[in-house]
Ligand binder design. Structure first.
Ligand SMILES: Nc1ncnc2c1ncn2[C@@H]1O[C@H](COP(=O)(O)OP(=O)(O)OP(=O)(O)O)[C@@H](O)[C@H]1O
Ligand SMILES: [Mg+2]
Length: 326
């Protein structure tokens, strides 16, 4: 697995290259989580852990740091990383766990660590099997399970783990990380471009870093436009104009801008619908009107997903905004 190979070596992928690899490098808070993790490392003792939270918020990073701090140079022997959604299925995963867990840990930490990513992708049956595996190898192994939704895991697993809840990264922290990388890579980055990175990534730091890298491969001067272009999403102001025009009854203007976005910038109907719904809060109209718009947007989204023609659906949507705006 390419992912595994890159783990402990330098990498040209920025999410890896700039991944903090000890507690002091963590620029992003999660303070009480880090405190708990440090305590485990100091005492060389820890329960099974469950890391729950949205994508790109630092779960893997913290797990890797725990492993590194616990085992130092012995980490290769004492650490196994698996992905639960792996196509090879849970049986292979169980075999791997078994042969890894059978052999005692190397060095002065009495257990090995198995990091199981996307554990909420496991079926209920697979989770039962995992639970038994966790019990069987309690002596020699600790699990760190990573997932987006802890509620998707069966209770017996949740109750066997100390739960760490991760949050989306806020703008200040994303900005700080972007600045560090921009410095390291000698990029010039506009303030507005940073806002764009945050807007598009929605608190997913991995997405923000990947976008930065993709943008930088086009131009070392990162601008707002470049970011939106690379992300091929709509600039919030563009959508806002379309919405305002259509609410003001300027249907033709709104439609022209809309078709521009779709034809020239290659955005799909669904992209536009999502952008509209995220811009709604910015509009200066009554709540009653907003509710009506939300209803219409949801209907259009449903039709698009069902396979309706996106141009016709979006045109109809804009027309209905005109009626609502009256
Ligand atoms: N505490 C932190 N301080 C600074 N940078 C961080 C921190 N945590 C994560 N990062 C950066 O954010 C990127 C994404 O983090 P990570 O891969 O740990 O997310 P994740 O929660 O495992 O996401 P996923 O659920 O998608 O696997 C990393 O590549 C790293 O560069
Ligand atoms: Mg991860």
């Amino acid at each position: 697995m390419a992912k595994e190979k890159s783990r402990f070596s330098s990498s040209s992928i920025w999410t890896e290259k700039y991944r903090p690899d000890n507690f002091d490098d963590l620029t992003i808070g999660h303070e009480n989580l880090i405190k708990r993790a440090r305590a485990f490392v100091t005492s060389k003792n820890m329960p099974h852990l469950l890391f729950a939270g949205p994508a790109g918020c630092g779960k893997t990073t913290l797990a890797l740091i725990i492993v590194k701090e616990l085992y130092g140079k012995n980490r290769r022997e004492n650490f196994l990383e698996l992905n639960a959604s792996d196509a090879r299925g849970i049986d292979v995963v169980r075999q791997q766990i078994k042969s890894f867990a059978r052999v005692h840990s190397l060095g002065d930490v009495p257990f090995k660590i198995i990091f199981l990513d996307e554990s909420d992708a496991l079926t209920k049956e697979a989770q039962q099997a995992l639970r038994r595996t966790m019990e069987n190898y309690t002596e020699t192994c600790r699990f760190i399970l990573s997932c987006n939704y802890s509620s998707k895991l069966i209770d017996p697993i949740q109750s066997r783990c100390a739960v760490f809840r991760f949050k989306l990264i806020d703008k200040k922290d994303i900005d700080e990380k972007i600045d560090i990388i921009a410095k390291g890579e000698s990029l010039k980055i506009d303030e507005k471009a940073k806002s764009a990175l945050y807007e598009v990534s929605n608190g997913d730091l991995r997405r923000a870093i990947n976008l930065l890298q993709a943008s930088a491969s086009v131009d070392k001067h990162i601008t707002e436009n470049l970011v939106y272009e690379i992300a091929s999403t709509v600039k919030p102001t563009q959508i806002k104009h379309i919405l305002e025009n259509s609410l003001d009854g300027k249907f033709l203007e709104a439609r022209e801008k809309l078709f521009d976005l779709m034809l020239k910038e290659g955005l799909s109907g669904i992209d536009i619908i999502k952008a509209i719904s995220s811009q709604l809060t910015e509009l200066k109209i009554s709540n009653e009107k907003k509710l009506k718009i939300i209803e219409r947007v949801a209907e259009a989204e449903f039709r698009l997903v069902e396979g309706s023609d996106e141009f016709i659906q979006l045109e109809a949507l804009l027309a209905s905004f005109g009626v609502i705006g009256r």
